[in-house]
Write a protein that binds this ligand. Structure first.
Ligand SMILES: Cc1cc2nc3c(=O)[nH]c(=O)nc-3n(C[C@H](O)[C@H](O)[C@H](O)COP(=O)(O)OP(=O)(O)OC[C@H]3O[C@@H](n4cnc5c(N)ncnc54)[C@H](O)[C@@H]3O)c2cc1C
Ligand SMILES: NC(=O)c1ccc[n+]([C@@H]2O[C@H](COP(=O)([O-])OP(=O)(O)OC[C@H]3O[C@@H](n4cnc5c(N)ncnc54)[C@H](OP(=O)(O)O)[C@@H]3O)[C@@H](O)[C@H]2O)c1
Length: 477
């Protein structure tokens, strides 16, 4: 529903133009397009390109299973967010679309090989890494990134092991005031019954049910008016059953919501209401508690004197705001913690040196999805914009890229006439010669059916298959 609404919002007259532009493509041409990455951006871009009747879209994905962060990022207690999978499935089932899972750009196929095999290529390989803080102690034991923690509870094949997370700590510190930080805090604090029926892994359920973490501090480098999280997600944290909040009135002195723009105003009002209802950790109603720390930047993660490998505290710089920027005051303080999670953003990498990747900005150099200097090469999603934006914004950006690709086809920017090998070349020659076996969409559906069946036995929506080996075993059985 939402998807249809936004599609209308974005496209409007552009859709009409697309249909007319597709009809001006060379009539007998079969335009072969490949999309690299089967996340939200991959599927939404494919959906747009397939609106032109002469196009064939092949989607390549490094994992056997599709859907990227919708499967491995979105929190398990947000199942409604994953409804977009229905749209992605409809795209994959379009007779002019094919899915090739278990194929990695950079190691199985090079960028050049993809370019040579297709009339156009769209890079949508997302952000599978994380930003670092660049401070000492980041590699201490029990200092994790949010990406590692999220991958762990969502069962990503490359996840860390449970023993790498200190559930015996009293206190967890999360650096960052974004929605991912709130997801992590909520999963750590939520009553276990709220998670039991979701697709969270059994391993995570077990560890979380034994967790001794009683307090989660969310540390932001700026103030209450600069938080990056949104009201819906903050409200969920506020409403967690049996979990209290500890906000500091000093952080809100002088804040006047009367002249604020609406989303920020509502969010700030909710923070102020939460402050008034502060529930102390000592209250019997709240066995666990969270707090927001403002104007604090990590300077160093400190290890145990006797065991330097293990984090015991964070040294923080106290900041002040200057034109909304955090500036250190020179004052420092130390926050004890047995588990530190850095939630300061994901980051994209460059799997092939021929891709014009801007390492500083962490994106592929592009103009509205057209990769600079390479006609016929496009990008969408987080590798186009950086690691920001919800699924709807990723969808709109992907529609933009898809529309620009179709415009370029119509205008002859892309050679759509000379024949290209497409999947015949990539799958049946290159991958075959390397012994790489791909997973089709039907085979992914076998994996999904297995997960649903295993889940139903445990009264869960799904019990995810956790290793690539097992995924392949089920797919090829
Ligand atoms: C923890 C977290 C929770 C989120 N929760 C929400 C939410 O609740 N609601 C919401 O609206 N948005 C949410 N988002 C944002 C949303 O997930 C993103 O906007 C969106 O998923 C980005 O899509 P993408 O296709 O660019 O990236 P991805 O979803 O990451 O897709 C990229 C795909 O490319 C594949 N890939 C990577 N490298 C290669 C390679 N070399 N070769 C082939 N394939 C490759 C990956 O395996 C992946 O499948 C969340 C984000 C995070 C990080
Ligand atoms: N339920 C949902 O809808 C949902 C759930 C999860 C994620 N998402 C979306 O996914 C996107 C990514 O989320 P995210 O939380 O990873 O990123 P984000 O929204 O960009 O938040 C990152 C946070 O890290 C802080 N930060 C960055 N660099 C830092 C540094 N060097 N030192 C200290 N703090 C630093 C930022 O502070 P500054 O503001 O000061 O830079 C910000 O508070 C967002 O668009 C988010 O809305 C949505």
């Amino acid at each position: 529903m939402a998807s249809q609404f936004y599609m209308r919002q974005f496209t409007g007259s552009r859709i009409a133009r697309l249909f007319s532009s597709s009809s001006t493509l060379p009539q007998n041409s079969n335009v072969k397009v490949c999309v690299v990455g089967a996340g939200a951006a991959g599927f939404y871009t494919a959906q747009q390109i397939l609106k032109a009747p002469n196009t064939q879209v092949d989607i390549y994905e490094s994992l056997p299973v599709p859907f990227g962060l919708v499967r491995y990022g979105v929190a398990p207690d947000h199942p409604e967010v994953k409804n977009c999978i229905n749209t992605f499935t409809a795209v994959a089932k379009n007779p002019r679309c094919r899915y090739y899972g278990n194929v990695k750009l950079g190691s199985d196929v090079t960028f050049k090989q993809f370019r040579d095999a297709y009339h156009a290529i769209v890079l949508t390989y997302g952000a599978d890494n994380e930003r670092t803080l660049g401070v000492p102690g980041e590699n201490l034991k029990y200092v994790l990134s949010a990406r590692q923690f999220v991958n762990w509870y969502n069962g990503h094949p490359s996840r860390i092991i449970t023993e790498d997370i200190n559930f015996d700590a009293d206190h967890c510190a999360i650096v960052g005031h974004g929605n991912v930080a709130l997801d992590v805090a909520r999963i750590l604090l939520a009553p276990i019954d709220k998670l039991k029926t979701t697709d969270i892994t059994e391993e995570a359920l077990d560890a979380l049910s034994r967790s001794r973490i009683k307090r989660v501090s969310l540390i932001g480098r700026r103030g209450p008016l600069q938080v990056a999280f949104t009201i819906k997600e903050f409200r969920e944290l506020v409403k967690l059953e049996g979990v209290g909040s500890l906000l500091d009135a000093n952080d809100f002195v002088g804040i006047d919501t009367s002249k604020m723009q609406r989303p920020r105003k509502r969010l700030t009002e909710l923070m102020l209401q939460t402050l008034e209802r502060n529930v102390s950790a000592a209250s019997p109603a709240a066995s666990k508690v969270w707090d927001l720390k403002f104007l604090r930047s990590p300077l160093e993660f400190l290890g145990d004197q006797s065991n330097k490998e293990r984090v015991v505290s964070i040294r923080l710089a106290v900041n002040r705001l200057e034109d909304e920027r955090a500036v250190p005051t020179g004052i420092e303080e130390t926050l004890p913690t047995g588990l530190a999670i850095k939630s300061v953003g994901y980051s994209s990498s460059c799997p092939d040196n021929d891709i014009p990747f801007d390492a500083r900005r962490g994106i592929i150099e592009n103009d509205a999805g057209r990769v600079r200097g390479l006609p016929g090469v496009y990008c969408s999603g987080w590798v186009k914009t950086g690691p920001i934006g919800v699924i709807v914004s990723t969808m709109n950006g992907s529609f933009e890229t898809g529309a620009n690709l179709l415009d370029d086809l119509t205008n002859g920017v892309i050679d759509s006439v000379s024949p290209r090998g497409g999947s015949e070349l990539i799958v049946h020659q290159i991958l075959k010669s390397k012994g790489v076996r791909h997973v089709s969409f039907e085979q992914w559906e076998k994996i999904a059916a297995f997960e649903t069946e295993m889940g139903s036995k445990k009264h869960k929506s799904a019990d995810k298959v956790l290793s690539v080996d097992q995924m392949l075993k089920i797919a090829f059985s």
